[in-house]
Design a protein around this ligand. Structure first.
Ligand SMILES: Nc1ncnc2c1ncn2[C@@H]1O[C@H](COP(=O)(O)OP(=O)(O)OP(=O)(O)O)[C@@H](O)[C@H]1O
Length: 439
C-alpha cells in the first residue's frame, strides 16, 4: 500500500503504529493554524494592508456610537486579504461592543454554492439564528421567499442592535436564468433597504466581496439606489509583500526547520499568479508536509517546487471537477494553444480552431465561436485564465486573448484525467496547434 507521500507501508505494521509513526515525522511544523487560510490571524501578522484596514475601520467605527455603518464593496483578486481585513476589523468592533453592551453581529456567507434568492435568504436566516444561539422557525422548502425574509427580519430585530452581512463571492449568486435581474442584485436591494423601512429596527449593513470588478454593472437600478457602497480596493501583492506575509508566519515552523530559500521561492511562485497570499501560505504548508513525510531535517527549495506542482494541480482539479465536458474542451483547446505560444497566452480564433479539431476528433457536439468565447469568459471567474480584448489594427477587428496564470501544461495534464479527453493524441494535437500558429 502506498501512503500519501508515496511511501510503502511497512509490512505487518498496525494502523496505530502507522499513526504514531506519522506523529513522529510531524517534526517540522509547530503550529498548523498559522498556515490555515481560514484562520483569522492576529493583527500583528497582517502585513501591507494599512490603507484598507484604516478605511474599513473608519467606516465601521460608527457601530460603537450605535449608528448605521455604510455598505461596503471590497473588490480585488482572490487571496489579497479582503476576508481577513473585514474579519479582523469586525472582531475588534465585536469586542468593544461586548464591553458596552451593544448587540453586534457579523454574519458571513459565501454565495458560490447558493442557488437561488430563496435559498440565500434562508441560509442567512439560518446563520443569523446560529449566531444568536436560536433556531429558524420556518421550513427551508415549500414556502415563498417573502416568508423567509420575514423570518430573517424577525431574527435580526429580536437579537441585534447592529448586524453586518459579509457576502463573499456575491457575483456568483446569479439565481434563476429566467429572471431579468441577477439574484445578488435582488438580495442587495432587499437587504440594503431593510434598514430604511419599518420592517427592521436594527442597523443593517452589507459588505459585498467580489473578485469581479464589473459586478456593479449587473446591479439593477433599484438596488443601485439603495446599496451605494463605499469601495475599498485590494491590489495584488508583489513578491516582496508576499515574502513579508510569509516571514510573519515563519514561527509556524520549528526553529531552523526552514532553509533560507523557502520563503523567497514560495513568494515568487505565488507572485506569478496575481500575488495570491492564500497560495503563498498553501505552498509553505504543502512544502512543510512534503518535507515531513520525506523525513527531511528541514524544508528545502525542492520541497517548495514539489508543492508548487501539487498546489497547481489541486487548484485546476478543483475548478475542472465541476465543469461540463464542453467547457473542458474549450479550456483544453485554449491551454493547448497557450502552451505552444510560449507566453501562456492564446488568441480566441486559434483556440476556437483547436476546439473544432478536438470536437471533430472526439465526435462531440460543436458550438459556434461565440459560444466557445462565452464559455471561456465564464471560466475567467475561477481565476485560472484571464481574458482581454485586443485589436488587430484599425481595419482588422479585434479578438480576445486568454492568458493563463498557472502553467497551461498542468491544465492539460489535469483535463486528460477525463476519459474522453485522454483519447486525444498529444503529438497530433501539438502538430495541429503549431500549424495553426504558423498560418
Ligand atoms: N496582508 C496580509 N497579511 C497576512 N496574511 C494575509 C494578508 N492577506 C491575505 N493573507 C492571508 O491569505 C489568505 C487569503 O486571504 P483572504 O481570505 O483574506 O483573501 P480574499 O481576498 O478574501 O480571497 P477570496 O477573494 O479568494 O475570498 C488568508 O490565509 C489570509 O490570512
Amino acid at each position: 500500500m502506498s501512503g500519501p507521500g508515496g511511501d510503502e507501508r511497512t509490512e505487518g505494521s498496525s494502523i496505530r503504529e502507522l499513526l504514531l509513526e506519522q506523529e513522529d515525522t510531524a517534526s517540522l511544523i509547530r503550529d498548523r493554524t498559522l498556515l490555515d487560510p481560514n484562520e483569522v490571524v492576529d493583527e500583528d501578522r497582517i502585513v501591507g494592508r494599512d490603507a484598507q484596514l484604516e478605511s474599513i475601520t473608519q467606516y465601521l467605527s460608527v457601530v460603537i456610537q450605535q449608528e448605521r455603518p455604510p455598505n461596503l464593496l471590497l473588490y480585488g483578486p482572490s487571496g489579497t486579504g479582503k476576508s481577513l481585513i473585514i474579519n479582523a476589523v469586525c472582531q475588534n468592533i465585536d469586542e468593544l461592543c461586548e464591553s458596552r453592551d451593544i448587540q453586534f453581529g457579523v454574519v458571513e456567507m459565501n454565495c458560490q454554492n447558493v442557488g437561488t434568492l430563496g435559498s440565500a435568504v434562508y441560509e442567512l436566516a439560518r446563520r443569523v439564528a446560529d449566531d444568536a444561539g436560536t433556531e429558524v422557525q420556518v421550513p427551508e422548502h415549500g414556502i415563498p421567499t417573502k416568508k423567509k425574509w420575514r423570518e430573517l427580519y424577525r431574527l435580526i430585530n429580536e437579537h441585534y442592535d447592529t448586524i453586518v452581512f459579509v457576502l463573499d463571492e456575491l457575483d456568483m449568486l446569479v439565481g434563476r436564468r429566467d429572471k431579468d435581474e441577477p439574484a445578488f442584485s435582488r438580495l442587495l436591494y432587499q437587504l440594503s433597504r431593510a434598514g430604511s423601512t419599518n420592517e427592521v429596527t436594527a442597523n443593517v449593513s452589507v459588505t459585498a466581496i467580489t473578485n469581479d470588478t464589473k459586478m456593479m454593472e449587473d446591479v439593477g437600478s433599484r438596488a443601485l439606489s439603495s446599496f451605494t457602497p463605499e469601495d475599498v480596493h485590494f491590489d495584488d501583492y508583489d513578491a516582496n509583500q508576499l515574502r513579508e506575509i510569509l516571514r510573519h508566519r515563519e514561527d509556524a515552523f520549528y526553529e531552523d526547520a526552514l532553509s533560507n530559500d523557502v520563503i523567497p521561492l514560495a513568494a515568487a511562485f505565488a507572485a506569478q499568479t496575481h500575488g495570491d497570499a492564500r497560495k503563498a501560505i498553501d505552498l509553505m504548508r504543502t512544502a512543510g508536509s512534503i518535507a515531513e513525510r520525506a523525513g527531511a531535517e528541514e524544508v528545502e527549495e525542492a520541497h517548495v517546487r514539489r508543492a508548487q506542482d501539487k498546489v497547481e494541480k489541486n487548484r485546476v482539479l478543483e475548478v475542472t471537477r465541476g465543469i461540463s465536458t464542453q467547457k473542458k474542451l474549450c479550456l483544453f483547446a485554449t491551454a493547448a494553444v497557450a502552451q505552444e505560444t510560449g507566453d501562456g497566452a492564446a488568441k480566441s480564433p486559434h483556440g476556437y480552431t483547436i476546439y473544432q479539431y478536438l470536437t471533430d476528433t472526439l465526435d462531440a457536439d460543436q458550438y459556434h465561436q461565440e459560444t466557445y468565447v462565452n464559455k471561456m469568459k465564464e471560466l475567467t471567474t475561477y481565476s485560472l485564465v484571464e481574458c482581454e480584448r485586443k485589436s488587430q489594427g484599425p481595419h482588422s477587428g479585434s479578438y480576445l486573448e486568454f492568458t493563463f496564470g498557472e502553467d497551461p501544461g498542468t491544465i492539460i495534464e489535469t483535463l486528460r484525467e477525463d476519459s474522453r479527453i485522454s483519447d486525444i493524441d498529444a503529438g497530433d494535437l501539438r502538430t495541429v496547434v503549431n500549424a495553426q500558429l504558423r498560418a
